[in-house]
Design a binder for this molecule. Structure first.
Ligand code: HEM
Length: 379
């Protein structure tokens, strides 16, 4: 009797394993675990070919990443009027949300992405987060992002004040992030994104000013270079939300500078220095959480398998360094419990880091004050 029971259980286990591993063929021949994910392949093909065609982790990829944060952070654990998170509201109600100061420059993302959204049948919130996940796969050093499908699109705009600003205090930024469900450690993890980023609007005199010396590689240089004593502004004499950086051509945000030095976050910040594995894995986890902010994950489908594999970064290329002319003496030690890692200085004479070349597709009818940002898709 007992052996019959075991035999039945074993048979059931075999059947359920088979069910778990069963693959479905999409109309285009791609194989997936859940056929709901088939809808993503035409989107992937289109944006890889036409949106990120020549973009090796440059302007288009950076633009697609930033808007994913600005959409998702329209959420509060305590106040439903703050929005429904990663819900597409930033594009669906673009004329409202893009007029907010914190969204300066997000018009670039609207111009870049809106024509593609109109051509596909996935939701606006899903499109924004999918494009961001795909954009990351252009960046060497990233761990393959996950992707959940099935966000519920917004029915109203997020109000002003949900997106942290670079001139706000660390306390104010941490409070806003906590209200949206993120710990200080998760914020620091997410800010690894500034390793592949730059500013177009903080200094109106120049665009594409990178936040570190390697803005097309997801490496730990951002965490190294923000800890160095600032000596000059890249272009003009400094603007709101900007502080002096240590490297010519690089712009440092006041918020990044202060988070690197505040007792609440300094050790979390420094832990990333020369620790590619930590930076990549903590970003992967925090980014996955950010992408479903405000959404009911139990009603979504895991389509991570659709996301391409990112290019690898060799251990040698991931090794952190001080830029030419800079040494350990230029570090402003802020973590009270652990010394800053010893790093070599790169050979050569100090040189200005080139600005990030702007993608012409980020120009269009949508303007930085929100005017002309009319959604060509239905709300
Ligand atoms: C304390 C929180 C944050 C603040 C204060 C902040 C602020 C800024 C500012 C002022 C810019 C320059 C915008 C411009 O001049 O055009 C910027 C760029 C950028 N940010 Fe953040 N950010 C924060 C968090 C994040 C997060 C969590 C992500 C992504 C997960 C992100 C991704 C980016 C990217 C990719 C860019 C470059 C955009 C481009 O080059 O087009 N930021 N951020």
């Amino acid at each position: 009797m007992l052996s019959t029971t075991f035999a039945v259980l074993a048979a059931l286990a075999t059947v359920s394993n088979a069910a778990l591993t069963r693959r479905v063929a999409c109309p285009d021949g791609n194989m997936v675990s859940n056929e709901a994910c088939c809808v993503l392949f035409p989107v992937l093909e289109d944006i890889q070919t036409n949106m990120f065609a020549d973009d090796d982790c440059s302007d288009a990829a950076h633009t697609a990443l930033r808007v994913a944060f600005h959409d998702a952070i329209g959420f509060s654990k305590s106040d439903p009027s703050f929005g429904t998170g990663a819900d597409g509201s930033i594009f669906m109600f673009a004329e409202t949300e893009l007029s907010f100061g914190a969204n300066l420059g997000i018009a670039d993302a609207f111009n870049l992405e809106a024509p593609f959204i109109a051509n596909h049948s996935i939701g606006v919130g899903d499109f924004i987060q999918f494009a961001a996940a795909v954009s990351l796969t252009r960046c060497p050093g990233i761990l393959r992002p996950t992707f959940m499908l099935g966000r519920v699109d917004a029915t109203f705009a997020a109000p002003d004040g949900t997106v942290p600003e670079p001139f706000q205090s660390v306390d104010a930024i941490l409070a806003r992030m906590a209200d949206a469900g993120f710990t200080p450690a998760e914020l620091v993890a997410l800010l690894a994104s500034h390793s592949i980023a730059g500013a177009d609007d903080v200094d109106p005199a120049a665009s594409g000013l990178p936040f570190d010396s390697t803005p097309s590689v997801f490496d730990t240089q951002f965490f190294v270079e923000t800890q160095l004593r600032g000596t000059s502004f890249p272009v003009t004499g400094g603007n709101q939300g900007e502080v002096e950086s240590a490297i010519a051509g690089v712009l440092r945000l006041q918020s990044d500078s202060e988070l690197a030095r505040d007792s609440a976050t300094a050790c979390l910040w420094q832990a990333n220095v020369n620790n590619q594995a930590l930076m990549a894995s903590s970003f992967q986890a925090a980014f996955a959480k950010m992408q479903v902010t405000g959404q009911d994950v139990s009603k979504m489908v895991d389509c991570s398998e659709v996301i391409p594999q990112p290019p690898a970064l060799s251990a040698a290329a991931a090794a952190a360094f001080f830029p030419p002319g800079i040494t350990q003496n230029d570090v402003e030690q802020a973590c009270a419990t652990t010394a800053f890692p010893k790093l070599p200085t790169a050979a050569g004479a100090p040189a200005a880091v080139p600005s990030i070349v702007q993608d012409p597709a980020t120009d269009g009818a949508c303007q930085d004050d929100g005017s002309g940002c009319v959604a060509p898709f239905t709300a």
